[in-house]
Design a protein around this ligand. Structure first.
Ligand code: HEM
Length: 388
């Protein structure tokens, strides 16, 4: 992904893309490690966390011209975002308690992660890519936001597939704990899915807010700025719908008797989640068009063909997964609690559905762009194939 001439200045987009990318990769990896059955030993996820920090720093050294300082900045940003997750180590058994041991571990992981990211930056800069300044980091950042949202949708699907929608009784607290300090040791069964979904949702919310702020500073096209504002409205609405699906009303009570869970809001939450993802996919595509425009306008439109192929492949996969989901979840004998196969097939069906919608939205946005380009293109471009 390279920048065309006269592009806006990068304004920290490289650090944002890599820092948020590392944090999202860490969150997704920790979620996978925490999946039952048989949770992985704690050193494995923590080792992966440090590995992703080093990798983020290394990427900054390799693909930016910032050297080890780039790695350090990426490490600091990712470490700050990791606090959304590491608070689970610091939280004590009771609400408002803190675990000294957990705090020390979280602090040590933060310092080690930042140091490894800086070292990774130094290492990556030894073999720096040829033209690091030409990468469109705003486009990469938008892709990171869309990819993180895709993971969140998959985790949301897992919440539903595991029948874990009401595993945590309250919101925005978790069983009376501040949700960012709810101890990892208590995240078992359905609570793990539901709570992990909330934490991942917070990370996606932060990513969306930062992306929108960044786009307001660097983006020239008014409609892209408007779309990024729409993404903010959607992510806030989505978080609120998710919470109200559980509680039914705004309350800090942790008693199930005070709650009025709503299936209607659960459905609304599922729908708005897909719309939000499609919005981010379109933002990422428009970031991308800036990058590919230079060559795309002068040739055929392979991207359109690729979208077409992706739509066909995703539709076929979705049909198969739909049939699979019907078979594995349709047997009453298999119900309650859902088996691992049921959960994987149903979650995959939801995730591919989301990907299908996003590719279709991106395809439509690209088509609109093409039509606009055709209306204004000079004759040589028409001769190059855009008028067909
Ligand atoms: C911020 C972005 C969020 C996105 C994009 C998102 C997306 C999703 C998706 C796609 C599902 C699956 C829906 C389905 O099965 O059709 C889901 C389920 C769920 N989400 Fe979220 N979610 C977000 C935030 C939240 C938050 C903050 C909460 C707070 C409690 C929450 C609570 C839930 C619950 C309880 C379910 C299960 C619903 C059920 O099956 O009963 N979500 N989410």
């Amino acid at each position: 992904m390279s920048l065309p001439p006269n592009s806006p200045p990068r304004r920290a987009a490289d650090i944002l893309a890599l820092g948020f990318g590392a944090a999202a990769a860490i969150a997704a990896t920790l979620f996978l490690f925490g999946l039952p059955p048989g949770r992985a030993p704690s050193w494995a996820p923590l080792g992966c966390l440090l590995g992703w920090m080093a990798a983020g720093g290394w990427a900054a050294g390799r693909w930016t011209d910032r050297g080890w300082k780039g790695g350090l900045l990426v490490g600091c940003l990712a470490a700050a975002l990791n606090l959304v997750l590491l608070g689970s180590l610091a939280g004590g058994a009771k609400p408002n308690d803190l675990s000294r041991q957990g705090l020390a571990l979280a602090g040590a992981l933060t310092i080690a992660g930042v140091a490894l990211a800086a070292a990774g930056g130094a290492r990556g800069s030894r073999r720096r890519a040829m033209r690091p300044a030409s990468i469109d980091w705003t486009g990469v950042f938008a892709l990171v936001a869309a990819a993180a949202t895709f993971c969140l949708l998959a985790i949301g699907g897992a919440v539903t597939s595991a029948n874990a929608g009401l595993a945590v009784v309250d919101w925005p607290n978790t069983f009376g704990h501040n949700m960012f300090l709810y101890p990892f040791a208590q995240m078992t069964g359905g609570v793990f899915y539901e709570h992990a979904h909330r934490l991942f949702g917070s990370l996606v919310g932060l990513t969306t807010l930062t992306l929108a702020y960044h786009l307001r500073r660097v983006e020239r096209r008014a409609w892209v700025k408007r779309l990024s504002l729409a993404a903010i409205v959607l992510v806030i609405a989505q978080g609120t719908l998710g919470g109200l699906r559980v509680t039914g009303r705004f309350t800090l009570s942790a008693s199930p008797r005070d709650m009025a869970p709503s299936l209607v809001l659960a459905a609304a939450h599922g729908i708005v989640g897909q719309v939000f993802f499609a919005t981010l996919a379109v933002i990422a595509l428009l970031a991308l068009t800036v990058a590919v425009r230079a060559w795309a306008l002068y040739g055929d439109q392979p991207i359109v063909q690729r979208f077409g192929k992706a739509l066909i492949a995703l539709t076929a996969a979705q049909l198969l997964l739909g049939i699979g989901a019907l078979i594995v979840t349709g047997n009453p004998a298999l119900n309650n609690p859902p088996t691992r196969v049921e959960m994987v097939v149903a979650t995959a069906h939801q995730s591919v559905g989301a990907a299908l919608l996003a590719v279709a939205a991106a395809h439509a946005a690209w088509g609109r762009r093409l039509l606009a380009a055709q209306a204004f293109q000079p004759a040589p471009l028409k001769a190059a194939g855009l008028d067909s």
